[in-house]
Design a protein around this ligand. Sequence first.
Ligand SMILES: N[C@@H](CCC(=O)N[C@@H](CS)C(=O)NCC(=O)O)C(=O)O
Length: 110
Amino acid sequence: MGQSSSSLTPEMAAQIKTKVDEIIASHDVVVFSKSHCPYCTMAKKLLEQLEANAFVVELDSLSDGRAIQDYLQELTGQRTVPNIFIKQKHIGGNDSLQALNKRNELKPLL
Ligand SMILES: N[C@@H](CCC(=O)N[C@@H](CS)C(=O)NCC(=O)O)C(=O)O
């Protein structure tokens, strides 16, 4: 899945940071996902049901996916996918998303 951030030059690491920060800033709902991850499928399905129009980044289909995952860990403390943001706020993974929905607190965020 490509380079991890430990093998990146400072310039490449800065580019990854800029790219990820821009994705989060420019979309209301962002899911960093992997295409074969069942938790990602559950999260994407719920967001679809709520017509959230999520911007999905499938890390396993990107050459810099691993470096993005490393940066997400640095940014959020979370390494697993899905890694979800709503209106620039870090939500967490599928567990957190489903829990918000069960408490009827997800829809108002969208
Ligand atoms: N409790 C987490 C579980 C997430 C999880 O375990 N995701 C796996 C993929 S299915 C993962 O990120 N594994 C590490 C990796 O792919 O790098 C959630 O609800 O999001």
